[in-house]
Every structure is written in structure tokens, then in C-alpha cells.
Design a protein around this ligand. Structure first.
Ligand code: A4P
Ligand code: MG
Length: 179
């Protein structure tokens, strides 16, 4: 139970082409298969309006908390490299992508412990995470510790209040919960 035995990292995942939910699930599975990486918590899937000006289909977005064993000495750069490999696996054979345009899978590394980076390859914390409801709403569900406190009072502001939960998740909740 020692808090020093693992590093907590947060990722966000988005998809708006193809079988979006399958890409998100596949990405989580692939991350969980990395040595020393445990997918400790996964948010609901949110269906969100595209942000960034390009006319494109709705996204599915989720966030996850990862626990990374200190013993494997995984660097944030190595984790992002693996995330990009996973993106390529799920993007294979799809049409070319434009920045902020449609994609079969986009994985962003939001936070990796207290690490800070400011390179083109990797910026930590993720520079745009605090502006984006499609990141913060799911992140709020999986955050622990100081991040959880920081997000506790987070309320999406218009025009960011634009998501709804995916139908699949909403109906599984409806089954479990009271009417
Ligand atoms: N990079 C640097 N820091 C990071 C980091 N912390 N995590 C570099 C991930 N990547 C990081 O990323 C572009 C470059 O950022 C890479 O070379 C990487 O090394 P990319 O994923 O290849 O390209 P992108 O996603 O098209 O660009 P960008 O700037 O990352 O876009 P965003 O910010 O990811 O936004 N609307 C909704 N509703 N939902 C979405 O998920 N996503 C985007 C993409 C736009 N609008 C959206 C959504
Ligand atoms: Mg990205």
C-alpha cells in the first residue's frame, strides 16, 4: 500500500472515426498490457462536440488513471512513445489526418506524477487540458489526491457544457441504478 511504490499518471483518449468505443477499449487494454502499468480507473465515455473549428463527427472521450510501478522505471517519454504506437495500431488503414481533425484514436498524456516537460515531443502537464471540458469532465471521475480536490468544484462552462454520456454507458447505468 506504500504510496511510493507507483507513480500516478492520467491519460485522455478520444475517437471520432470508425468504431469509436472499440478503439477506446482497445487502447485501454493495450496500455494495461505494458509491463508495470495498471489501468487503475476508467471514466464513463462521454460523447462530445468537436473542439477546434473543423467540421467533423462527434467524439467519444474518456480519461483513465494509470498506476506505474516505480520498479519498471518507465519514463513519461517512453509512455508517450507507447501511446503513439497504440494510436498507430488503431489508426492503421484510415485516411490521413489533419491537426484537430477527425481521428480513429488520439491519446494524450495529461499528467505523469509531478513531472514537468516543455519539449515539442512532450509537454507536461498537458498544455490544453485545463481549457477542455472533454478532458476535465472525465478526468474528474478518476482523479485522486490533490488533483481530485482541484477538480471537485469544476463545473463545465458554456460553450463547454456540450457532452452527453454515450448511450451504451448511460443504459448500463440505468439498469443498475434506481429509476
Ligand atoms: N505532445 C506534446 N505533449 C504531449 C502530451 N502531453 N500528450 C506532442 C500527447 N502528445 C503530446 O499530437 C501532436 C504532438 O503533440 C505529438 O507530436 C506529440 O509528441 P497528436 O496527437 O499527434 O496530434 P493532434 O492530436 O492532432 O494535435 P494536438 O495538438 O495534440 O491536439 P489535441 O490537443 O490532442 O486535440 N474535440 C473533442 N470533443 N474531443 C477530442 O478528443 N481532440 C482534439 C485534438 C481536438 N478536438 C477534440 C478532441
Ligand atoms: Mg493529441
Amino acid at each position: 500500500m506504500s504510496h511510493s511504490s507507483h507513480i500516478t499518471a492520467y491519460i485522455s483518449a478520444g475517437a471520432n472515426l470508425g468504431d469509436r468505443a472499440a478503439a477506446l477499449r482497445g487502447a485501454l487494454r493495450a496500455l494495461g498490457e505494458m509491463p508495470g502499468v495498471r489501468v487503475a480507473a476508467v471514466s464513463a465515455i462521454y460523447e462530445t462536440e468537436p473542439v477546434g473549428g473543423v467540421t467533423q463527427p462527434l467524439f467519444l472521450n474518456l480519461a483513465a488513471r494509470l498506476e506505474i510501478a516505480v520498479s519498471v522505471a518507465l519514463t513519461p517519454e517512453a509512455l508517450l512513445g507507447e501511446m503513439q504506437r497504440i494510436e498507430r495500431v488503431f489508426g492503421r488503414g484510415r485516411e490521413g489526418e489533419i491537426r484537430w481533425g477527425p481521428r480513429t484514436l488520439d491519446l494524450d498524456l495529461l499528467l505523469f506524477g509531478d513531472e514537468r516537460r516543455a519539449t515539442d515531443f512532450l509537454t507536461l502537464p498537458h498544455p490544453r487540458m485545463w481549457e477542455r471540458a472533454f478532458v476535465l469532465a472525465p478526468l474528474r471521475e478518476v482523479a485522486v489526491g490533490a488533483l481530485r480536490e482541484k477538480l471537485e468544484d469544476y463545473q463545465p462552462r458554456p460553450p463547454a457544457r456540450i457532452w452527453r454520456e454515450s448511450r451504451a454507458r448511460a443504459s448500463s447505468r440505468a439498469k443498475k441504478g434506481p429509476r
